[in-house]
Design a protein around this ligand. Structure first.
Ligand SMILES: O=C(O)CCC(=O)C(=O)O
Ligand SMILES: [Fe+2]
Length: 298
């Protein structure tokens, strides 16, 4: 898969002239170091506030440092072996081996086994079941969130590292993808009932849509997507790729499909068109992680 270091090297960032006044230098170093380690902006802001700094100033300074290229800071974590051109059939992570079950070039895609344990899947479902709300899509013109017939799931979000299990999951995703944790949007848990579907769509924001600008300003493109299956669907519910020979990933507990929405130059890749096929029997639970080009400002 793409080499994140190369990708990050190509991104040029405009530095807005926001003053960092009000936060002493040692704290600025501490924020920069922890952002480079992949800590969530919200977590760092909360620590600053707990140490007596004003909350709006803290959030602004953390966001500002998150936008700066970190040429002098510690290097980002190396990408997992499967993505660095080595055709390994498993990724050895610090707490498990993730098996590669299938791979594809366009879009760049890996089907994965053992990304989550069945117990972890069950806990994510239990934590989400009580707080589901109807899913929305981005309005191409306004950039707002609309309820549409083509996305009939309900879902909920967890902030990065919101609880112990989500913290483990976010770390595992960063380690596997080689994309720093602070580039991730909060993990979404989605539930589809019988007949529920998400018609084919792109996860990237089309540059020609006026509504995309506001989203692109908050961390750039959604360069990659990870969909983790939290249960085995009895029939239907596959993640399908109409521009890739109608490839279909079948939901099986703990397995995942990881794909790039953009090429290594950060350009949207139309081959990444995908959808969730209607559930024909049973129900479908998934965890979805959208990964941005730059640190995500939620
Ligand atoms: O339900 C699926 O398998 C696909 C979900 C999806 O594409 C998304 O949430 O962006
Ligand atoms: Fe999607």
């Amino acid at each position: 898969m793409g080499n994140e270091n190369a990708l990050m090297g190509q991104i040029s960032v405009e530095l807005p002239s926001i003053s960092l006044k009000g936060i002493p230098d040692p704290w600025l170093d501490w924020i920069a170091t922890n952002l480079a380690r992949g800590c969530a902006a919200a977590e760092l802001t909360a620590i600053l506030v707990a140490n007596g700094f004003e909350s709006r100033l803290s959030a602004r300074v953390v966001a500002e440092l998150g936008r700066r290229p970190q040429a002098d800071g510690p290097a980002p974590p190396p990408p997992a072996p499967v993505h660095s051109g080595v055709q390994a059939n498993q990724a050895r992570l610090s707490d498990r081996s993730v098996r590669v079950l299938a791979r594809m070039e366009r879009p760049q895609l890996l089907l994965l086994g053992g990304f989550l344990d069945p117990e972890e899947c069950a806990e994510l479902i239990a934590l989400s079941a009580a707080k589901l709300a109807r899913s929305t899509v981005v309005d191409p013109v306004t950039g707002g969130e609309d309820v549409v017939a083509g996305r009939s799931s309900s879902g909920t979000y967890f902030q990065v590292a919101e609880n112990a299990l989500v913290a483990v999951l976010d770390r595992r995703i960063a380690e596997f993808t080689g994309i720093p944790q602070n580039h991730g949007e909060g993990v979404q848990i989605l539930h589809y009932g019988l007949g529920g579907e998400y018609r084919p769509h792109y996860d990237y924001f089309p540059e020609s849509d006026p509504g995309s600008a506001a989203h692109l300003a908050r961390g750039g493109q959604r360069v990659a997507t990870l969909i983790i299956y939290l249960n085995a669907v009895e029939a239907g519910g596959e993640t399908l790729f109409p521009n890739a020979g109608d490839f279909r990933a079948i939901p099986q507990t703990g397995q995942a499909v990881y794909f790039r929405n953009c090429d290594t130059g950060g350009r949207p890749d139309p081959a990444s068109l995908h959808g969730g096929a209607p559930v024909l029997a049973g129900e479908k639970w998934i965890a979805v992680k959208w990964l941005r080009e730059r640190p995500y400002v939620g």
